[in-house]
Design a protein around this ligand. Sequence first.
Ligand SMILES: *[C@@H]1O[C@H](CO)[C@@H](O)[C@H](O)[C@H]1NC(C)=O
Ligand SMILES: *[C@@H]1O[C@H](CO)[C@@H](O)[C@H](O)[C@H]1NC(C)=O
Ligand SMILES: *[C@@H]1O[C@H](CO)[C@@H](O)[C@H](O)[C@H]1NC(C)=O
Ligand SMILES: *[C@@H]1O[C@H](CO)[C@@H](O)[C@H](O)[C@H]1NC(C)=O
Ligand SMILES: *[C@@H]1O[C@H](CO)[C@@H](O)[C@H](O)[C@H]1NC(C)=O
Ligand SMILES: *[C@@H]1O[C@H](CO)[C@@H](O)[C@H](O)[C@H]1NC(C)=O
Length: 483
Amino acid sequence: MIKPAKLASMAKSSVAIYNVSKQQYPPTFKLFFFFLPISLALTSFFLVFIYISTTSRVLTNPQSTTFLEPATNYSLFDLIIPFSTDNDDTVPLSIDNTAEDFFFDLPTSSKPSQWSLPLGDLFGFTGDNMNNTKVYHDTDTFLEDYKEMNKSFKIFVYPHNPDDPFANVLLPVDFDPKGHYASELYFKKALFSSHFITQDPNQADLFYMPFSIADMRHDPRIGPERLQDFIKDYVFNISHKYPFWNRTGGADHFYVGCHSISRIAMDKAVEAKENVIQLVCSSTYFVPNYFPHKDVSLPQIWPKERDPKSLVSTKRNQLAFFAGQVNSPVRAALLKLWVNDTEIFAHFGRLETDDGEEQLRSKFCLHVKGFEVNTARVTDALHYGCVPVILANHYDLPFTDILNWKSFSVVVHYMDLPVLKKILQGISFEELSWLQNNVAKVRRHFKWNAPAVDYDAFYMAMYELWLRKSSVRVRLSSSREYI
Ligand SMILES: *[C@@H]1O[C@H](CO)[C@@H](O)[C@H](O)[C@H]1NC(C)=O
Ligand SMILES: *[C@@H]1O[C@H](CO)[C@@H](O)[C@H](O)[C@H]1NC(C)=O
Ligand SMILES: *[C@@H]1O[C@H](CO)[C@@H](O)[C@H](O)[C@H]1NC(C)=O
Ligand SMILES: *[C@@H]1O[C@H](CO)[C@@H](O)[C@H](O)[C@H]1NC(C)=O
Ligand SMILES: *[C@@H]1O[C@H](CO)[C@@H](O)[C@H](O)[C@H]1NC(C)=O
Ligand SMILES: *[C@@H]1O[C@H](CO)[C@@H](O)[C@H](O)[C@H]1NC(C)=O
């Protein structure tokens, strides 16, 4: 029961509010009356904010911190053997054996900062994450879509005759491709003998321009000097001879390029560069010709004769492995820091012995950006059951919209090279086993087979294309029957 006194005071206060709102008080008092509670609320919010930011990790998330800020005292640049950082103007047109990157963007000085967090937490590897992180972003969707793709996807290939003077560039090869750029030729070979091909362009979801960038690069009649003109002519030819290009400006067309020169191949065919779907190995956000939301990152795969006898992880007594040319500042820094280390095996130049053996006895295999972001090292590592460590910022990793790379690789910022060992040693036995199991699960997606096998690199590339097909088409001619 409410006492009369209280009732009276309640009445008074409602009268006060009423009076204030009726403007019976001076405006300054009124302002004060309204703003006091607001300013009190703001002040306490501010205090809570300061409390949270000084006592919790919320604002110093380990992943974002390590990404934005170099996590060490070292100036990486000091460690680097003098090396030219000129970029695209100086890209030689004859990069062959090494598909590595000239785009290099280490800042000239690195801000000193320090680890404020235990390294083991760096990748969010807590029990929770491990249990919930699958190899695919969404397994059910992938499997369902894949089936649909496999059933209904149709590709029209621009036809070329064996007596065409450039048949060597345009038609599939009749041998098993080898070497750095095998992905390009394997794709074409697999597509030509697949059930995705249609002879009827009206049935086609996408149109394939079957020229091979690597073959053009090595054809003395074309070579790096005439490559861009050849492609410009090719697009001119198909857009005048057939009605399909003009319908979408090339948006339902694609080509495949694994050779690193593909990043400048479309420079004279601007409409093609902007519209066609490019399946390329040189997939970095910093190549002006690569558009991550339209194009597809194709894995660079060096075909292997046979599978290792066993991938068993108990024999892996070496922490990490790298061997390669020193053709980038990051590689130079890696060697300078770790060349004499007993646990990280970092070797200058190609190994005389079989580097497969080294990868089989290593826990982690380093993929370090050279001239290009991409090399066959990632897929080599997967082949040998070695967990890839990606030291190539800006690499748009292959099939990354399907596969969860965090579940089978470790991505390290190159500024963290000085603490690389700490990072890798910070990964527990359970975490490593989990990564290794997942490597075993995804290996098949990074292999070419002749003939192609479900879920291999060919089918994955087809699935990526399927995700990019458009479903609405205008007719090729006006509806004359209504005129
Ligand atoms: C970083 O530098 C500070 C001051 O220069 C020093 O006290 C600290 O020990 C250094 N930390 C590391 C990891 O070298
Ligand atoms: C994760 O899995 C392990 C082993 O299966 C189990 O012991 C643990 O409770 C799980 N953690 C969570 C958060 O589910
Ligand atoms: C995909 O299609 C091929 C050829 O029709 C067939 O052999 C294969 O079993 C299919 N795979 C799936 C997963 O549907
Ligand atoms: C384009 O067509 C012309 C005329 O048929 C032919 O000579 C030329 O080789 C073609 N070029 C390409 C790149 O297909
Ligand atoms: C496609 O467009 C170009 C430029 O507008 C034109 O010259 C060409 O004739 C068109 N091709 C066809 C097949 O109509
Ligand atoms: C590695 O060891 C060799 C031989 O002992 C030595 O000459 C070289 O300076 C060492 N390199 C580094 C970076 O410590």
